[in-house]
Write a protein that binds this ligand. Structure first.
Ligand SMILES: Cc1ncc(COP(=O)(O)O)c(C=O)c1O
Length: 385
């Protein structure tokens, strides 16, 4: 057996990015400043977004975007049952009620029939998640939103670089939030960005991410700056650092290449697992619209009958073979907080629960070699026996 532990995800950081971080550290300006500005411009150009605002994480971006809806107690935001808990937590933190809907088994993306059925007079926004980087059917989603006068905040944490009907996510629609966490398709250490067409929202986010102050710190401390500022509203400390931007300036130009390699490896997994009954593979080919999948995750379901053990035992066995995996995700409504505070229970979202109980993320990252991928496939076969 190979002694090297193969992680399920690994960032690709180039020597140029490391040199840029060093240059930033040596420059005397390491927090929000000129590199952040350049990174935001680069992101705006890459995505074709009217506004792109970098912030400390996607969670921070979701929080601020939702807060900008000025939700009243009892106002509802609809989100999928299969997602990371940040999607739902930020609805709560912004004062809303998280209304969870089930997902479809083929793609783990939210079920748009269930979305329509969940709309009430208190619904204010829809929050789709582009699971694993596969875009939700946005024409249909936006048609539903328009019909009911709802805002849309796309949780695009998995989907930087993904496309829908020939357009990049972020270049159309209402508001999108991307993540640059180290496991994501590109990274700035931690970090995120909000893109929007809404000028007022962009102006508000620019203040909210830094205490509600009406000017960036570097505009105050520079040679031409004035040290004085006013407070527009009580804001957060959600700003993005130039150290992060130094990484981002080199990650973004490499992103399409990273995503292409992810797609090639995912495609190879489909071939290698074609005759494998232990795993049910996701079916992105089931969607009938043209799209560009970002392949953030390769997340099949374990079939306990075929494997003779449950998902967690399967993960433990793969670990014995030095293969790392992830669980994306345990459905958040099954956690203590969402059960106790919001009254959700097992049984309400059977598709998401089945995914939650059986899903595992297999290694997938741009520098993964075919030999490493073959190790994953061999380990699965060895464990299944
Ligand atoms: C669907 C989804 N939303 C939001 C987030 C939060 O991203 P971040 O870690 O940048 O706050 C994640 C991170 O894993 C995610 O997967």
């Amino acid at each position: 057996m190979n002694d090297d532990f193969l992680p399920f995800a690994k960032p690709s950081i180039s020597p140029e990015a490391i040199a840029e971080v060093t240059a930033c550290l040596e420059s005397g300006w390491i927090t929000t400043g000129p590199r952040t500005k350049r990174f935001e411009e680069m992101l705006r150009d890459y995505l074709g977004a009217p506004h792109a605002l970098a912030c400390s994480s996607a969670t921070a971006g979701l929080h601020m975007a939702l807060l900008s809806l000025n939700l009243e107690p009892g106002d509802e935001v609809i989100a999928p049952a299969m997602t990371f808990v940040a999607t739902l937590n930020t609805i709560v933190l912004a004062g809303g009620k998280p209304v969870i809907v089930d997902v479809v088994p083929e793609t783990y993306n939210l079920d748009l029939d269930a979305v329509e059925a969940a709309i009430t007079p208190r619904t204010r926004a829809l929050m789709p998640v582009h699971f694993a980087g596969l875009p939700v059917d946005l024409d249909r989603l936006y048609a539903i939103a328009e019909k009911h006068g709802l805002r849309v905040i796309e949780d695009a944490a998995h989907a930087i670089g993904a496309g829908y009907k020939g357009k990049r996510l972020g270049s159309f629609g209402d508001t999108q939030v991307f993540s640059f966490h180290p496991n994501k398709n590109m990274t700035t250490g931690e970090g995120g960005a909000v893109t929007t067409r809404d000028d007022a929202l962009a102006a508000r986010l620019a203040k909210l991410r830094f205490h509600g102050i009406d000017r960036e710190a570097w505009a105050r401390f520079g040679k031409q700056g004035s040290p004085h500022y006013d407070i527009a509203e009580a804001g957060f400390k959600y700003n993005f650092m130039d150290i992060q931007a130094a990484l981002g300036l080199h990650q973004l130009p490499a992103l399409d290449g990273f995503n292409q390699r992810r797609g090639e490896l995912a495609c190879r997994y489909y071939g290698l697992f074609a005759d494998q009954e232990a795993l049910t593979l996701p079916k992105p080919q089931s969607v009938d619209y043209p799209h560009l999948h970002a392949w953030h995750l390769f997340a099949p379901l374990v079939n306990p009958e075929a494997v003779g053990m449950d998902r967690d035992s399967f993960i433990a066995k793969l670990k014995e073979h030095n293969i790392g995996t992830g669980v994306h995700y345990r459905a958040p409504h099954l956690s203590e907080y969402y059960e106790k505070t919001w009254g959700y229970q097992r049984g309400q979202f059977p598709i998401a629960e089945s995914i939650s109980d059986r899903v595992l993320s297999l290694p997938l990252f741009p520098t993964m070699t075919e030999a490493q991928q073959d190790r994953v496939v061999k380990a699965v076969r060895d464990v299944v026996g």
